[in-house]
Design a protein around this ligand. Sequence first.
Ligand code: NAG
Ligand code: NAG
Ligand code: NAG
Ligand code: NAG
Ligand code: NAG
Ligand code: NAG
Length: 441
Amino acid sequence: MLTVVLKAIIFVTCGIQLVTTTESDRGLIVNIATTSMIKQATTVPIAEDGTPNLDSIRSKKPFNNVDFVSVDGDYTLQQAYAYDRYTRTIYKNSNFTIELSGPNIWTPLHKGLSKAYVKLSVDWISHNIYWTDPEYKWIMVQSLLGNDTSMYCVLIHDNLHGPQGLALDPIEALLFWSDIGTSTKIEVSSLSGRNRKSLISSNLLNPCSLAADYASRRIYFVDQGRFTLETVTYEGRDRKVVLKKPETKFLDIALFKDYLYVTDWRLRGMYFFNKTNGKELRKSWSERAVRYYGVAVFAPDEQLVPAKAHCPSLGCEHICVTEKDSASCLCKDGYTLDQDMKTCSLNNESLHRALIFSNESSVCIVDIRILTHFAFLPVCILETSGTKYMSMDTDDRQMILANDTAIYWARVDNPELQMLTEITGTISGKFSYDLFNYFHT
Ligand SMILES: *[C@@H]1O[C@H](CO)[C@@H](O)[C@H](O)[C@H]1NC(C)=O
Ligand SMILES: *[C@@H]1O[C@H](CO)[C@@H](O)[C@H](O)[C@H]1NC(C)=O
Ligand SMILES: *[C@@H]1O[C@H](CO)[C@@H](O)[C@H](O)[C@H]1NC(C)=O
Ligand SMILES: *[C@@H]1O[C@H](CO)[C@@H](O)[C@H](O)[C@H]1NC(C)=O
Ligand SMILES: *[C@@H]1O[C@H](CO)[C@@H](O)[C@H](O)[C@H]1NC(C)=O
Ligand SMILES: *[C@@H]1O[C@H](CO)[C@@H](O)[C@H](O)[C@H]1NC(C)=O
């Protein structure tokens, strides 16, 4: 049997309009699943103060076999976005209303994510979508403007073990995420990925979901391992446990005014908590045989676009991201930002991010954009013989290979096998490797 091991080399090269609403179209977008496991895009209207109207729930089946696990929306663009674990794709609904009066068509926005609990969040000022990928261990950003679905890049990839929870504040231009792994923490950076800092790094077990409260400048998060709903300021101070419920398995959280909307996997329902004292403001919404997944708020007064938008006048060639009182340009994957800080040039030095795979006789490399919808051909960079194991050091762009004769070392960029140590017996077990160790052919 031949084992092909895939690895990734990663290197970051990231190089308005207003809608006037006559009626209030304000509500929650929720992913629920019925017993038949058909996931539905469901909406719950909410009042101006956040009170849900559970008598007016609407549901529409997007299409078969979707496993939507997280959602968000851009009110100005009248779009909703949902991540489907089944097809590993983020979909967009281009004509979304809480009434679900539109055609209910979900088209692919980004294919090729990992099959994990990806969370997504929208910057509704510059119209970009951010998402975490706990398996690929990175945070991505993609422009929501125009039709070109290649306008994305990896924003943050280093020192991430399992990025999951995600929230952002476009007004303050801050991105918050939880990284779950050996040293679980909650981190913050600008929306362009700069000024990264740790907010909390102790007493965390599984902070799987985050929400930002623009009004109080606080992050709310649920920790599935500690059975808590907690809050901390944007600066990482004044951490408080809003409530602790040992019988729960909180999944997702959204916030509007005094309300925290929290889905619970174990109790199969959604809670409506007062964000200040943790009291239930309404009896929880719980239907037998329904499972509740992602939740997001879709409301004009939640996404108040500032009068001055900086992106339209900046003229970024690829992606424009919000900065505090300004904006900056990023380039899509494979491109680097030029000196003018606006235009982008093809980065043709060497493969910046790629999958590396080996079989018995070759080590080959292919551009990582093959994971999405682009077609690239693999290039074999090294002839080997009888390779049994391979391991990557992605930071230093080098690999370790072993066959029954010896263990070898080679650089990725200028590959030449160098023997590290000869093997006297037989080798068994496996090397530890960083990424994509679940790909076997
Ligand atoms: C959006 O949906 C509304 C209501 O069905 C319809 O009138 C409108 O033409 C749709 N717009 C687009 C761009 O599909
Ligand atoms: C997007 O694609 C649609 C259909 O292909 C086309 O009608 C529209 O002009 C395109 N919009 C932009 C901004 O390219
Ligand atoms: C939530 O709790 C706070 C503090 O107890 C209180 O002032 C506020 O009115 C409550 N909100 C609602 C909607 O009841
Ligand atoms: C990339 O290739 C183009 C055309 O071959 C060349 O003009 C350009 O200088 C190259 N850029 C880099 C960064 O090597
Ligand atoms: C290994 O992969 C290369 C490139 O796809 C191919 O040419 C070669 O035949 C493969 N070797 C084996 C033993 O499968
Ligand atoms: C191991 O690889 C080296 C270098 O390619 C080769 O000379 C040797 O024959 C290989 N050993 C086996 C058992 O395939």
